[in-house]
Design a protein around this ligand. Structure first.
Ligand SMILES: NC(=O)C1=CN([C@@H]2O[C@H](COP(=O)(O)OP(=O)(O)OC[C@H]3O[C@@H](n4cnc5c(N)ncnc54)[C@H](O)[C@@H]3O)[C@@H](O)[C@H]2O)C=CC1
Ligand SMILES: O=c1[nH]c(=O)c2[nH+]cn([C@@H]3O[C@H](COP(=O)(O)O)[C@@H](O)[C@H]3O)c2[nH]1
Ligand SMILES: [K+]
Length: 512
């Protein structure tokens, strides 16, 4: 017996794990731990989202109408990920306007301030104040941002007015008129604006363009809490990056040109089965008309599907069919694939072609992100995990037992289909017989708080996962999984039970 015998084979390589040809998914395996010789903060999650776009965090919000509009996309990009604006708006202009909001976003600048008209009354102002809590409201000709600036009205201007006169007192008679108002030009830097507010002891600085139309508003209180976002996803002009989803219908070509005008960085062609003649045609159309826009094709779950879309020019692929929390595709269409196998197979092929892939659907928690990345994904797309946050579209409401909820629905649910004609028509089995076949459900999600807290938690959680595997970066993870250094182990149903919370009378799951 030698004093220091060699180790036996422990665990299995990724290729061994997937050699059985049975569909397996995130819950079916664990990654075995490695050696930690670096602090958690040293883990680098930088990734290639598509051939042409890099992200500092491998996180994407799904193009669903209960997940991603401008507010979500802004928050995702500030934290190093990206948001894909959904395509379920009443008009294509509505979708392009959301893209524009993200591209125009500037830290500290309120791009869509509540405004009031000169002919409105103090009562109207008080209603804005009660609803939004604002104390300084710009007065514009049409009562909207973008209108000609006429003045500014603050609580100081209306404090002395008795309530009985609210309905008869016009804003134009109490406001600070334009000629007495301090403003900033739209090219102003945040620092300069802050100095003006400090010097003039003002609370609000309206920002105007060269024609004196209101562009945005700066609030001193916001400036005080302005934060650093070191991971932000910027384009080469320093604007936040954003994506948008379109369908393969002919009328999406109009959306594509509007989205291009709005400055979209990335288009996701949204379909449950990306390998169709419609998608190939749409992909080639976008790449020939707008070569500057990155295109993600999908969804795919097989190597053959991936090949078709890569051959047609896709810059990235989205993987997943029926794995989403709201998906009933596998039940209704009988078609789909276990998500772990789908990610492994498609990533393996796409890597050989230099095309990054996104694992879409079924990301239930932090650990699922780490597993998807280990199987070869360059990023994950999340619907349910981000629904229910402050930045997701829709209002909160109270459910049974006083739980605060937000709606979350599949884009193929009857609910979403019925929302707009454009989304409806793609679910009719043909134009003539309008029979709908739902592929998703409509649900609710618990209030998850703000993305500004949740996404940093996800990132740190994934960094901890990497640290436990003993891997410092995403590119190293892909390399060491591929060459068998990172080991895996499948979990029996009992091992899965053991890995979850068990044997307790009750428990409280506070995560961050
Ligand atoms: N990832 C997933 O597992 C799934 C996702 N979804 C989501 O639901 C939404 C809709 O997905 P799908 O139903 O797959 O939409 P889809 O638009 O790709 O397909 C709907 C139907 O319209 C047909 N179609 C599409 N373009 C056409 C054209 N130009 N001419 C004629 N027929 C055309 C398709 O062949 C299909 O029968 C998307 O947001 C998608 O992401 C739905 C099911 C599964
Ligand atoms: O079968 C489906 N019917 C639907 O109605 C539907 N809507 C969205 N999706 C897909 O699910 C993904 C989000 O999944 P998660 O909530 O698990 O993150 C999304 O990113 C989509 O890929 C659907 N799939
Ligand atoms: K599902």
């Amino acid at each position: 017996m030698t004093a220091n015998p060699p180790l036996g084979i422990d665990g299995e390589s990724i290729h061994e794990m997937f050699s059985s040809h049975q569909g397996i998914t995130y819950n079916d395996f664990n990654i075995l731990p490695g050696y930690i010789d670096f602090p958690v903060g040293a883990v680098c999650l930088e990734t290639q989202l598509t051939r042409g776009i890099k992200l500092k965090a491998p996180l994407v919000s799904s193009p669903m109408d209960t997940v991603t509009e401008a507010e979500m996309a802004i928050a995702m990009a500030l934290h190093g990920g990206i948001g894909i604006i959904h395509g379920n708006f009443p008009t294509p202009e509505g979708q392009a306007a959301e893209v524009l909001k993200v591209k125009r976003y500037k830290q500290g600048f309120i791009s869509n301030p509540k405004c009031i008209k000169p002919s409105d009354t103090v009562k109207d102002l008080m209603m804005i104040k009660a609803k939004h809590g604002f104390t300084g409201t710009p007065v514009t000709e049409n009562g909207h941002p973008g209108g000609k600036l006429i003045g500014l009205v603050t609580s100081r201007d209306v404090d002395f007015i008795p309530e009985s006169r609210y309905v008869t007192t016009l804003i134009q008679d109490v406001m600070v008129p334009r000629d007495k108002l301090m403003t900033g030009h739209e090219k102003i830097a945040l620092k300069e604006a802050y100095e003006i507010l400090e010097l003039e002891k003002k609370g609000k600085l309206p920002i105007v363009d060269s024609d004196d139309h209101l562009v945005s508003l700066i609030a001193r209180t916001d400036l005080k809490k302005a934060r650093e976002f070191p991971l932000s996803t910027y384009d080469e002009k320093g604007q936040l990056r954003v994506g948008a989803a379109i369908s393969t219908r002919e009328n999406s070509k109009e959306s594509v040109s509007l989205l291009a005008q709005a400055g979209v960085d990335l288009i996701v062609i949204d379909s449950s089965n990306g390998s169709s003649m419609y998608q190939v045609e749409m992909l080639q159309h976008i790449k020939s008309k707008h070569p500057e826009i990155q295109v993600i094709g999908g969804n795919v779950v097989t190597q053959a599907q991936a090949k078709l879309l890569i051959d047609a020019g896709a810059d990235g692929l989205r993987i997943g069919m029926g794995s989403g929390s709201i998906c009933i595709t596998q039940e209704i269409m009988a078609v789909g694939r276990a998500q772990g196998t789908a990610v492994y197979q498609v990533a393996r092929y796409s890597r050989s072609r230099g095309v990054p892939v996104i694992a879409d659907g079924g990301i239930r928690d932090v650990g699922y992100i780490t597993k998807a990345l280990a199987l070869g994904a360059s990023a994950v797309m999340m619907g349910g995990l981000l629904a229910g946050t402050t930045e997701a579209p829709g209002e909160y409401f109270w459910g049974a037992n006083g739980v605060r909820l937000k709606k979350y629905r599949g884009m193929g649910s009857l609910d979403a289909m019925e929302a707009h004609v454009t989304s409806q028509d793609r679910y009719f089995t043909s134009e003539a017989d309008q029979i709908k076949v739902a592929q998703g459900v409509s649900a609710t999600m618990r209030d998850r708080g703000s993305i500004h807290k949740f996404v940093p938690y996800l990132i740190r959680g994934v960094q901890h996962g990497f640290q436990d595997v003993g891997i410092r970066s995403l590119s190293l993870l892909h390399e060491k999984v591929e060459n068998g250094v990172v080991r895996f182990e499948r979990r029996s149903p009992n091992a899965q039970l053991e890995g979850g919370v068990h044997s307790l009378h009750s428990y409280d799951k506070r995560l961050y």
